[in-house]
Design a protein around this ligand. Structure first.
Ligand SMILES: Cc1cc2nc3c(=O)[nH]c(=O)nc-3n(C[C@H](O)[C@H](O)[C@H](O)COP(=O)(O)OP(=O)(O)OC[C@H]3O[C@@H](n4cnc5c(N)ncnc54)[C@H](O)[C@@H]3O)c2cc1C
Length: 677
């Protein structure tokens, strides 16, 4: 998980990489060089000026993020030239990331970029493998920092080594900056395979420049289908490479990538008008974050809920926690959780700054010897990621939490905390002026004449019509015939409001274990939560208060001592329903046309390993974002971005493998293979 940090030293006043035995950039004029090689030769100034004021986007792909000099230089130019509602998507791969301290020191070299530099330093992610999405300047710039091997990262971005690849995630990279160390210093980066992946992510309008003009670079690019020019280099550098993909190469993408993933691909939906309308069913945290993500991309959103105010059901608790669930295993669940919590800790920062909830940290205590061992492994594994997580001992826990605890050690996540999700939902809609209309949707129908979706209530009244529909109504998605196959569970849970005592008032971080308890909020601590299968009532149950109390005391007796004598019958709380899935992961993406999918992939019943080129078949412009389980607060910002990128046909903000793990079709494919259906 953790990547080896870049090993640098200072020479001639400039950072020098001991890993690659080279300077990061020219010690004399790195900034001018960046402008010359990458900005000017990709013709970015005039291309960005020409973007129309309609919310257009432009994507840059970069090999070698380094200290982000090219990125910061782009920020400066983008904010000056592109119109306010256009978005720059900057995908950059880096296999040896700098530590935050080194980054901060290096960036002092460029005082003219100090505002952007500070922004980057403030948002710099933990240097763990995977995609890190960082939204800057109110969404005008999105940095997707892909930490890991460049070939693996760009391949995981959504396309394939096979150029005749998928139609999934269609929008290509518009300009490439190949800024890795030269082939003799960093041969692994310049393998021909990587150039093929770059070609797979390009169109014939894509431009590309490289700082290195080594013949191997030129040959690899030509072999991948680029035509290559050698141009004058900057200052003492003799030449650089400028390249474009030969026309026609990527015009007819047909095949899907590799076994198992074909269902991710689909024929493009019929093009919609300039500002397509989107109806989002459900104003919980999933629906509201999706609304915000799409609104920022220029879609006209209406959210519809059976309540007049957002966040009235599962997302209505006073204090919801961002739960970490990491593991040293390389599985989808901990990887998605890691991506989700790191994004959530940035996403909710503005809400914390406004006084909603607290970024007070989350302390997780082990509930078994096995978990204690796992925590130790994680602590070792992520020993350089103190801003993400650290293993803390009993006396450290006391100063972190404010309580005297019995546990010997725990894992502390300083960037996480709690929020009141309903307030977050309401502010998301308010900030972006997204209208919420009250209506209980009973049925969805796509009118073949208009191509629009129509939303009906139980009385068969058409509540609204829309080009695109996102189903974000949690467990109630089972009532729509298009999503009833998802096999999700409605699982009751209850939280208890525990009165603050003279000792518990000192609690200053969230503590989780068997249960969780949050710092004081309006004279009580949110404490939860129960799991009650098969109970369909929102009535508070005294035995559930007891369970919550027992669980939190079992988590640590010190919490029990701080809470003192609790009078069960005086307690208040709240009960509602989670929407859980078979594999504990959210369900995000296009809604498959089940009958057609079963027919298309029926061969899997006979041969589960058979490969195919058949694409998945989906209801046009119908999407789902649900199945948040017990972790909706942490997952929602990520799933919203994943879905918005999918709808907007952008390159995905997480690895393709992780997309697949959350894809609505995954159960169909698995069940076919296991002959369950
Ligand atoms: C007791 C309890 C404690 C929890 N604690 C935490 C926690 O600490 N941290 C955490 O991350 N998660 C927690 N969760 C889980 C979290 O609350 C959920 O994952 C999250 O709120 C789900 O958000 P959602 O938007 O998918 O669903 P919801 O918030 O339930 O939103 C769905 C919306 O759809 C609307 N709707 C449904 N059907 C229709 C229809 N047919 N027409 C119109 N509108 C419709 C509903 O009115 C509702 O507003 C907890 C859950 C429970 C029950």
């Amino acid at each position: 998980m953790e990547l080896k940090a870049a090993d640098i030293e200072w020479r001639q006043g400039s950072p020098y990489s001991l890993d690659y035995e080279d300077f990061y950039w020219s010690p004399v004029n790195g900034l001018e060089e960046s402008s010359h090689v990458f900005l000017q030769h990709n013709n970015l100034h005039s291309r960005w000026q020409k973007l129309s004021s309609e919310a257009q986007s432009f994507s840059v792909g970069e090999l070698g993020f380094g200290a982000g000099l090219n990125f910061l230089n782009c920020c400066e130019l983008w904010l000056k030239t592109a119109s306010d509602n256009c978005t720059l998507h900057y995908f950059s791969a880096e296999s040896s990331p700098l530590t935050k301290d080194d980054l901060a020191k290096i960036l002092q070299q460029w005082p003219s970029l100090s505002t952007h530099s500070q922004m980057l330093i403030d948002h710099y992610p933990p240097t763990v493998k995977g995609f890190h999405n960082i939204e800057l300047y109110g969404g005008r710039i999105n940095l997707c920092l892909m930490l890991g091997d460049a070939q693996e990262m760009f391949s995981a971005l959504g396309e394939s080594i096979d150029q005749r690849n998928s139609t999934y995630n269609k929008k290509p990279i518009d300009a490439w900056f190949l800024d890795g160390f030269s082939p003799e210093k960093n041969p692994s980066m310049w393998q021909p395979e990587l150039c093929k992946i770059i070609a797979g992510l390009s169109s014939s309008k894509t431009t590309l420049t490289t700082y290195s003009a080594a013949s191997q670079v030129g040959k690899s690019l030509i072999a991948a289908g680029f035509s290559v020019d050698y141009l004058d280099g900057f200052a003492e550098k003799r030449q650089i490479i400028s390249a474009m993909l030969n026309a026609g190469l990527n015009d007819y993408p047909t095949r899907a990538r590799g076994a198992n993933q074909w269902h991710l691909n689909q024929l493009p939906n019929r093009p919609l008008n300039n500002q397509p309308s989107v109806a989002i069913i459900g104003a919980g945290i999933a629906g509201c974050t999706t609304a915000a993500a799409l609104s920022k991309r220029g879609y006209k959103i209406t959210i519809i809920d059976r309540h007049a105010t957002a966040g009235q059901e599962a997302s209505g608790n006073q204090q919801a926690i961002i739960y970490p669930k990491l593991s040293v295993r390389d599985d989808s669940l901990p990887r998605i959780n890691l991506a989700a919590i790191t994004l959530a800790s940035r996403y909710y920062r503005t809400f914390w700054e406004r006084g909603l909830g607290q970024q007070c940290g989350v302390l997780v205590l082990p509930d078994s010897d096995n978990q204690r061992h796992q925590f130790e492994l994680l602590g070792q594994h992520l020993s350089h990621q103190q801003s993400l997580v650290r293993l803390v001992n009993n006396s450290q826990m006391k100063s972190i939490s404010g309580l005297t605890l019995d546990s010997a050690q725990g894992l502390y996540f300083p960037q996480l905390g709690w929020l009141p999700p309903a307030m977050v939902c309401q502010e998301l809609l308010e900030d972006l002026s997204i209208p919420l209309i009250k209506g209980d949707v009973d049925r969805l129908f796509r009118n073949p004449k208009s191509g629009q979706w129509e939303l009906f209530d139980e009385q068969e009244k058409c509540l609204m019509q829309s080009d695109i529909v996102v189903i974000a109504n949690a467990h109630d998605c089972e009532k729509f015939k298009q999503t009833d196959f998802l096999n999700i569970q409605k699982l009751r849970g209850q939280v208890t409001e525990l009165p603050v005592t003279s000792t518990s008032k000192n609690l200053q971080t969230v503590i989780c274990g068997e249960g969780y308890i949050a710092p004081p909020n309006n004279a009580s601590h949110g404490c939860g939560a129960t799991y009650n299968k098969g109970i369909d009532s929102r009535e508070l149950r005294i035995q559930d208060h007891q369970t919550n109390l027992d669980q939190i005391i079992k988590t640590d007796q010190g919490i029990g001592r701080a809470l003192g004598d609790v009078k069960l019958h005086e307690l208040d709380g709240r009960a509602n329903f989670r929407c859980t899935t078979r594999d504990y992961l959210p369900i995000v993406g296009p809604v498959p046309d089940v009958a057609s999918m079963l027919e298309t992939y029926q061969f899997l019943r006979i041969d589960a390993r058979k490969d195919s080129s058949a694409m998945g078949i989906y209801h046009p412009n119908l999407y789902v974002n649900c199945g948040m389980g017990s972790r909706g607060l942490g997952y929602a910002p990520l799933t919203a971005e994943v879905l918005a990128a999918e709808i907007h046909q952008q390159l995905g903000p997480i690895e393709r493998e992780l997309r697949q793990a959350m894809h609505p079709s995954r159960f169909l494919i698995r069940d076919l293979k296991k002959k369950r259906i």
